[in-house]
Ligand binder design. Structure first.
Ligand code: GRF
Length: 217
């Protein structure tokens, strides 16, 4: 049997994406294991979810690290290494990360973002999409580089933006797709099927028009 991919998950909040990964590992659609969940917030519900599933859950406080982002990130790297993590996923981790973390996991760290990058990077992006008047939005899983939401796109899912949408309604339509998309990207990584060529991430074997993750109306 080949060794299972060991994932380290960085979180700050409710952890619904973490839960989806836990569930997809549980139902056999994702061949990986979560080695550790790390939060910068002591009361993140994501930590509670981890404990319920006997996953090591660690709080690393960022107090006292204002303006010392690299030193804080070195603590994260130390903890991730302690758990022999192969792939880091940012699942609602609300900190800007430094090159210390990025360079420790080059093309081995993924983020999920609730918009179709490069449109709408940053925060409050569902509201921004509605106010801008776009007719479609969605979510993106990308490799993390040193910019904010700028790394190579791995996969995206599309949802419509309806005239009646509020920020919450659109956010929950997108979130439903996030819960499938993140695991899909991790599975492709686990199978060694992702190849980064410049800014492009190619899926070995090629993507086809019938791939179920292309469009999700
Ligand atoms: C998600 O919308 C994700 O795209 C963004 O932060 C949110 C995290 O939600 N990066 P959750 O903690 O996974 O429920």
């Amino acid at each position: 049997m080949t060794k299972k991919l060991r994932i380290g998950v960085l979180v700050s909040g409710r952890g619904s994406n973490l839960q989806a990964v836990i569930d997809n590992i549980g139902n056999g659609s994702l061949a990986a294991e979560i080695a550790v969940v790390i939060s910068d917030q002591p009361d993140a519900f994501a930590l509670e979810r981890s404990r319920q599933h006997n996953i090591p859950a660690v709080h690393i406080s960022a107090k006292g690290y204002r303006g010392r982002r690299e030193e804080y990130d070195a603590l994260l790297v130390q903890e991730l290494r302690k758990h022999s993590v192969d792939l880091v996923i940012l699942a609602g981790f609300m900190r800007i990360i430094s090159k210390v973390l990025v360079q420790a996991y080059p093309h081995r760290m993924m983020n999920i973002h609730p918009a179709l990058l490069p449109s709408f990077p940053g925060l409050h992006v569902q509201k921004a999409a509605i106010e801008h008047g776009v007719k479609f939005s969605g979510c993106t899983v990308h490799f993390v580089d040193e910019g904010m939401d700028t790394g190579p796109v791995i996969i995206q899912a599309v949802v419509p933006v309806l005239d009646s949408d509020t920020e919450d309604v659109l956010a929950s339509r997108i979130l439903k797709q996030e819960h499938k998309l993140f695991s899909r990207a991790i599975q492709l990584f686990a199978e060694g099927r992702l190849k980064v060529v410049g800014r492009r991430v190619l899926v070995d074997g090629g993507r086809t028009e019938t791939d179920e993750f292309l469009i999700n109306p």
